[in-house]
Design a protein around this ligand. Structure first.
Ligand code: AMP
Length: 281
């Protein structure tokens, strides 16, 4: 496994692999790797000749400075995990390498980014869309792997790849969870023991909504209210949003007729978590 820091170096290496006819898979991450990341790497390894994992805590997608500063970092542990998981190249650029002096170009995806994470974190998806576009043009992947855990992000990335004719396939893989159901996240290490215990209500509320849909509940408003009530039972939870919405547009639904997605965000103490669940009758 090699680690590449330089943007031009990475682009050259990727171009050389392409010229040799090798298929390139990219797993974009912000590091502090866990089993969720590992599942993306595993699938990428199975489907690609060359596995690139980018590791970049992208300042452009953090709208709060304290969140950026608090974000967990563990380059040594990440390198070990990436190596055992089968990564060929870690691309770990610096912020100045990605956004050099004079940088002025940003990618925005309309409508899809208006609600939920987009509304709660102004500028977040502009940062995500910009860095993903750059990672795609630097690493030149045939496929890039994302987690359903960040559901809205996966829609935004699919949209920009289609709209800008970037010519790669986006693969979205299921959310990997802890034994108690909590979605794995780099931010989970920031939870204190009591917040960690209480945080399992997020997934419990979503699984309960799924059960309700399977038992015949079709009223999306009632489902969203049920999820919110379930989360509010624990004292540390501060709900940011709960939505039961169209899985393509993320517009809130009145009624469950086909596939829907429930999206939630809540803070437990000072740590904000998100989760989601596909609801299918
Ligand atoms: P991050 O490092 O948090 O930016 O995440 C990098 C990629 O891993 C994103 O595509 C995430 O959606 C994905 N990911 C994060 N957590 C999980 C999880 N628990 N299960 C599956 N994928 C995940």
């Amino acid at each position: 496994m090699e680690t590449i820091e330089g943007v031009m170096d990475m682009q050259q290496v990727a171009e050389d692999y392409r010229l040799k006819g090798k298929s390139i898979g990219l797993v974009p991450t912000m590091g502090a790797l866990h089993e969720g990341h590992r599942s993306l790497i595993r699938r990428c390894r199975a489907e690609s000749d060359v596995v690139i994992m980018s590791l970049f805590v992208n300042p452009a997608q953090f709208h709060r400075r304290d969140d950026l500063e608090r974000y967990p970092r563990d380059l040594e542990g990440d390198s070990r995990m990436a190596c055992t998981a089968g990564v060929d190249i870690i691309f770990a650029p610096t912020a100045a390498g990605v956004y050099p002096d004079g940088y002025r170009t940003y990618v925005t995806v309309d409508q899809l980014t208006d609600r939920w994470e987009g509304a709660s974190r102004p500028g977040h998806f502009r940062g995500v869309a910009t860095v993903c576009t750059k990672l795609f043009t630097i690493c030149r992947p045939h496929r890039a792997y994302f987690g359903q855990k960040d559901y809205q992000q996966s829609l935004v990335v699919r949209r920009l790849v289609a709209d800008l004719n970037l010519g790669l396939e986006i693969v979205v893989l299921p959310t990997v969870r802890e034994p108690d159901g909590l979605a794995m996240s780099s931010r989970n290490v920031l939870l204190g023991p009591e917040a960690r215990r209480q945080a399992r209500v997020l997934s419990q509320a979503l699984f309960q909504a799924l059960e309700a849909v399977r038992s015949g509940e079709r009223d999306a408003g009632l489902l969203a209210a049920g999820i919110e009530a379930h989360i509010r039972v624990v004292p540390l939870a501060v709900v940011d949003y709960v939505g039961v919405c169209n899985p393509e547009t993320l517009e809130p639904l009145h009624e469950i007729a086909g596939k829907a997605v429930a999206v939630v965000a809540a803070s437990f103490g000072s740590t904000r978590l998100i989760d989601n669940m596909i609801l299918e009758p």
